[in-house]
Design a protein around this ligand. Structure first.
Ligand code: HEC
Length: 93
């Protein structure tokens, strides 16, 4: 039983908790993010205003769109930082 709890904890540290925790945006370049956003995000659909999604949902969605748009990790963080910075509502997510 103890081992099971340990294993579950370890697994959730590597998979669950990590993928849910906030992306580190401390080195993000929002000017580049704005550029990448304008250049790539409307190739496939209209631009979604930052207000459309919660912060948590944007992070989730950017991981999704990163693959669709073929962005690098840095570009993904830049775009996410730009979007979150542009959000005027202060949701708790
Ligand atoms: C190669 C095409 C393509 C590019 C480029 C693209 N998207 Fe998308 N996007 C889609 C498709 C298709 C969907 C519909 C959901 C799905 O994937 O089934 C979608 C859905 C979304 C959604 C709705 C929520 C979600 O995750 O499904 C958001 C928000 C979004 N895109 C934002 C962006 C942003 C921001 C960018 C630029 C970084 C971007 N998209 C670039 C194809 C693209």
């Amino acid at each position: 039983m103890k081992n099971l709890i340990k294993t579950t904890l370890l697994l959730s540290m590597f998979f669950g908790v990590n993928s849910l925790s906030a992306m580190d945006l401390s080195n993000a370049d929002t000017a580049n993010g704005a550029q990448v956003w304008a250049d790539t995000c409307m190739r496939c659909h209209n631009l979604r205003p930052p207000e459309d999604l919660s912060k948590r949902a944007w992070e989730y969605s950017m991981n999704h769109m990163r693959i669709r748009a073929g962005l690098t990790g840095q570009e993904t963080r830049d775009v996410l930082a730009f979007i979150l910075e542009s959000k005027t509502t202060n949701d708790a997510h």
